[in-house]
Design a protein around this ligand. Structure first.
Ligand code: ADP
Ligand code: MG
Length: 321
């Protein structure tokens, strides 16, 4: 297939169900778009390289889903509504089956979030997918990393650590049942961007970030940007069933340090916690308090007895009790 055939057959249909605010989509030299009146535009880009951001054996459908999902997750963390995206594709060959499956995975998630593909570029090279998303927020309403204050409650929007266990299962499959491996691969390959939750928390949460690099690291970004500290109760971190069944054995290390879960980490003023939980539950999401913001400058992780757990170097101490 030539580059033009690929664009016409595989990607143009994804832009066909264009939003009304897409004046010119795929097919011209550039897209022309009409932003919602008065809105602020939010932009983000994440690049996924084969063998680095997804295992080489990842099904094309999952690669398509994930390359948009990680970008929608960034819009979610800003409390932003998705509008449009572009797609930069570098492919080693014109493998039609791979491309169709990829486009199907990408297109399903795009349709779910009413975000339209409006352009891109297609080149030959090692497999790499760059997605650039564009969203909207009401003026001044974007959630940022910098708004947390001492006393705020730290919350997450879902279970952490199963994407990390999925990679562990790749290395030692004998430690997991086939059913467990399927659940873990689903977590790794099909992260759910918490778009509705981010929108629901806009105007309520004081700060937000999506957990792409692990709770410890991403919470670190929030406390640095907000000039505060935090205490996290590890036993309150939500876990999926596969993880929960092993937590006595493996502790919380993976849930705290591994990324790729794409849940949101948010801080909420204590007086607004009930309102935040209700707003998130109304979108069929969850919001789980796991700690609080302090007037310090570091993050500490404590066990159920209030004992501090070492975060660097001593991860095998990350046990549940
Ligand atoms: P140009 O050389 O003018 O940049 P291209 O041949 O690269 O034009 O692209 C033609 C049209 O196809 C443009 O509208 C471009 O945005 C779109 N396009 C190219 N590659 C992709 C892709 N991977 N996904 C979506 N649209 C694409
Ligand atoms: Mg081009």
């Amino acid at each position: 297939m030539s580059e033009f055939d690929i664009i016409r057959e595989v990607f143009a249909p994804l832009g066909a169900s264009a939003r009304e605010d897409t004046i010119i989509g795929i097919g011209d030299d550039a897209a022309v778009l009409a932003p919602p009146p008065g809105a602020e535009i939010v932009m983000a880009m994440d690049v996924l390289n084969e063998g680095i951001h997804f295992p080489v054996a990842t099904p094309a459908h999952a690669v398509g889903h994930k390359s948009l999902a990680v970008n929608l997750s960034d819009l979610a963390a800003m409390g932003s509504r998705p509008l449009w995206f572009t797609l930069g594709l570098s492919l080693p060959d014109g493998d039609t089956d791979w491309l169709r499956d990829f486009a199907h995975g990408l297109g399903s998630l795009a349709a779910e979030h009413n975000i339209t593909l409006v352009g891109g570029d297609t080149t030959r090279g090692t497999r790499s997918i760059a997605v650039n998303v564009c969203g909207a927020v009401s003026p001044g309403r974007a959630l940022t990393r910098g708004g947390a204050s001492a006393g705020d409650i730290v919350c997450v929007t879902g279970p952490l650590g199963e994407a990390g266990l999925a990679l562990d299962a790749l290395n030692q499959p004998a430690s997991y049942s086939q059913a467990e491996i399927e659940i873990l691969n689903q977590s790794l390959n099909y992260p759910t961007p918490r778009v509705a939750t981010g929108l629901a928390l806009s105007g309520i949460a004081s700060a937000a970030i999506d957990i792409s690099d692990g709770l410890a690291q991403d919470l670190g970004h929030v406390i640095n940007a907000s000039r505060v500290g935090a205490v996290i109760r590890v036993a309150d971190i939500p876990l999926g069933d596969v993880y929960a069944n092993r937590v006595d054995e493996i502790g919380y290390e993976t849930a705290v340090t591994f990324g790729d879960d794409y849940e949101l980490l948010v801080t909420v003023p204590e007086s607004r916690l009930d309102q935040a939980i209700s707003a998130v539950v109304a979108t069929s999401g969850t919001l789980v308090p796991i700690g609080h913001v302090t007037d310090g400058s570091t993050v500490s992780f404590v066990d159920s007895n209030g004992r501090e757990l070492p975060v660097s170097g001593g991860f095998d101490h990350f046990k549940s009790n």
